[in-house]
Design a binder for this molecule. Structure first.
Ligand SMILES: N[C@@H](CCC(=O)N[C@@H](CS)C(=O)NCC(=O)O)C(=O)O
Length: 95
């Protein structure tokens, strides 16, 4: 039987994935919000990896960066992230 990472009573923190590129102010702004909230994230630089650009486009159906995912939930870009936060919905992912 495969081993499981889950421990009863232990809360798994959601995985935050940010597809980004260099010199992208919207990416910086999105990352800044997670830093401010002390939420760790994984950044995928699509400008360094053409396959990741295609992966992002296939998952998000959008061409711009950033594209943000929490677990497998597509949040959208920077404006979407800040709108979600302003609506008080972002923190719910991390409660
Ligand atoms: N409203 C979008 C704007 C994102 C945007 O315009 N990103 C720029 C880079 S900062 C972009 O992807 N431009 C097109 C490209 O680089 O292919 C958001 O909030 O994420």
């Amino acid at each position: 039987m495969a081993s499981s990472q889950f421990t009863p009573g232990e809360k798994m923190s959601p995985t935050v994935l940010i597809y980004s590129s260099a010199t992208c102010p919207y990416c910086e702004r999105a990352k800044m919000l997670f830093k401010k909230k002390n939420i760790s994230y994984t950044e995928i630089r699509i400008d360094l990896d053409p396959e990741k650009r295609i992966e992002m486009q296939n998952k998000a159906h959008r061409q711009t960066v950033p594209q943000i995912f929490i677990n497998d939930h597509h949040i959208g870009g920077c404006d979407d992230l800040y709108a979600l936060n302003a609506a008080g919905q972002l923190d719910k992912f991390f409660e």
